[in-house]
Write a protein that binds this ligand. Structure first.
Ligand SMILES: C[S@@+](CC[C@H](N)C(=O)[O-])C[C@H]1O[C@@H](n2cnc3c(N)ncnc32)[C@H](O)[C@@H]1O
Length: 202
């Protein structure tokens, strides 16, 4: 298990309690305007299951996975569905989802591995599917409190997408951290639409 995955395994209970109540409704709403009613959403790196639960309550169909078994177990109990214990590198979904929700999870993927992981998520999407991603706002890779983060800004993200070639950028925006004690932290958010052909990503 890699360093950040270990962090969530060791600190699952605490992380669950710290993030379950965070109000992410405005971000979810912005994403859901692009998802067909009752559509299938993949919650990639679902953490506590907070967003998976909200999507289910809004009548969407959800598949969720997370790399940390202890967190996946807590999420499973919380929203009442199986959570697959998988890393981004292990997923093999093929054209199954109308949308991917990757909230604050791809930020633990090293920069050099992001193209491969984006292509895996692209393959999970149906043609024309949408994807939401968020990273801490900034640039480069940093290690902080036992986790590795790949930070992101508009320029780095455009270059990343250009190299991948199968997503079109719909929107990016910067938001504040929703947790009460994290006012000074900024997040980079992006909504993408898949435009390429699965064959191109083989
Ligand atoms: C900052 S948390 C975000 C959790 C949740 N999406 C949220 O918004 O609260 C990062 C999550 O990504 C998961 N994660 C880290 N590395 C991963 C990997 N390689 N594959 C899948 N999930 C991973 C962690 O276990 C953790 O649940």
């Amino acid at each position: 298990m890699k360093i950040s995955e270990c962090y969530y395994q060791k600190n699952a209970k605490e992380f669950f309690q710290d993030t379950i109540q965070v109000d992410m409704s405005s971000l979810r709403e912005r994403f859901l305007t692009h998802v067909p009613l009752r559509g299938c959403i993949l919650d990639a790196g679902c953490g506590s299951g907070r967003d998976a639960k909200a999507f289910i309550e809004a009548s969407f169909q959800v598949t969720a996975f997370d790399a940390a078994p202890a967190l996946a177990k807590l999420a499973q109990v919380y929203f009442g569905q199986v959570v697959d214990v998988l890393t981004f590198n292990q997923i093999t979904y093929e054209k199954e989802f109308d949308a991917v929700w990757a909230c604050a999870s791809l930020l633990h993927v090293p920069n050099k591995s992001l193209p491969k992981v984006f292509l895996k998520l692209f393959r999970a999407l149906k043609s024309g599917g949408v994807m939401y991603v968020s990273f801490k706002y900034g640039s480069g890779e940093v290690e902080h409190n036992g986790r590795r983060f790949t930070n992101m800004n508009e320029g780095d993200f455009s270059r990343l997408l250009e190299g991948i070639g199968v997503f079109k950028l719909m929107d990016t925006w910067v938001s504040n951290d929703r947790r009460p004690d994290r006012d000074d932290e900024k997040w980079f958010n992006a909504l993408l639409i898949s435009t390429g052909d699965v064959c191109r990503s083989a």
